[in-house]
Design a protein around this ligand. Structure first.
Ligand SMILES: NC(=O)c1ccc[n+]([C@@H]2O[C@H](COP(=O)([O-])OP(=O)(O)OC[C@H]3O[C@@H](n4cnc5c(N)ncnc54)[C@H](OP(=O)(O)O)[C@@H]3O)[C@@H](O)[C@H]2O)c1
Length: 204
């Protein structure tokens, strides 16, 4: 998710720092391929300079990457991370809370928005290729910070989705299991993983 979204953010004109992998070479390669103003850096370097950070790590790595990133006061943290167990078969948080809310509790001075957690990575380049079409796929997002949500909606549009504001961060209790439904359709049903969705409001 980080490699693909970072590449698309760079193509949309953003200055992107790819960080957090076991191989610095992989991050440098991603930055070279993304082109534009992309580069590789440590999580701390990425966090210090960026207005917005995409958290795209396995749930088991969240504490580690946050420790490496350092102070996130005032930063927009867009999380696509789903709170999955080690073998990615089930959510470890759900119902009364969500991964996004737990994350917000870990970094109370940051502005957390949950987005990009309801689509498979395999569809992202297709969505970007169709970004000028009239009927674009939807992408639900939620958060408690108004300015953070405006910035997140812009990133969502930059990738080619129509942002759908689902409300406060606690709505991640619903969007995270919905992400698993989309994953089920993408990876367990026929037709391949290039799956997106579109909400339509009928009537006035
Ligand atoms: N994949 C999807 O379609 C999708 C869709 C919706 C939501 N999500 C969520 O998005 C998050 C990211 O998923 P993903 O599929 O993009 O995961 P991924 O391909 O495994 O990427 C995770 C990143 O973390 C790095 N990493 C893992 N272990 C590390 C370690 N010990 N030290 C340093 N870096 C480490 C990986 O680098 P290396 O492994 O190269 O070292 C990679 O850069 C997850 O929470 C997932 O639930 C994924």
């Amino acid at each position: 998710m980080g490699g693909k979204l970072g590449t698309l953010f760079a193509r949309a004109g953003h200055e992107v720092v790819f960080s957090y992998a076991r191989s610095l070479e992989k991050l440098k390669r991603l930055a070279r391929k993304a082109g534009g103003k992309a580069r590789a850096g440590t999580p701390r370097e990425a966090a210090q300079e960026a207005h917005a950070l995409l958290l795209a790590v396995h749930w088991s790595r969240v504490d580690d990457v946050l420790a490496q990133a350092g102070d996130l006061a005032g930063k927009l943290v867009v999380t696509c991370s789903l709170p999955m167990n080690a073998d990615d078969t089930a959510l470890v948080i759900g119902g009364e809370s969500s991964g996004a809310e737990e994350l917000a509790r870990k970094i109370p001075s940051a502005r957390v928005v949950a987005a990009f957690n309801t689509v498979p990575s395999e569809v992202l380049f297709d969505v970007y290729a169709g970004r000028r079409k009239a009927a674009r796929p939807s992408l639900v997002y939620c958060g408690d910070d108004r300015r953070g949500k405006i910035a997140a909606a812009r990133l969502i549009r930059d990738v080619g989705f129509e942002p759908v504001d689902a409300g406060p961060l606690r709505i991640a209790r619903y969007t995270e299991p919905f992400g698993l439904l989309v994953a089920q359709l993408a990876y367990e049903r026929k037709g391949g993983p290039r799956v997106a969705y579109r909400f339509e409001r009928l009537g006035k």
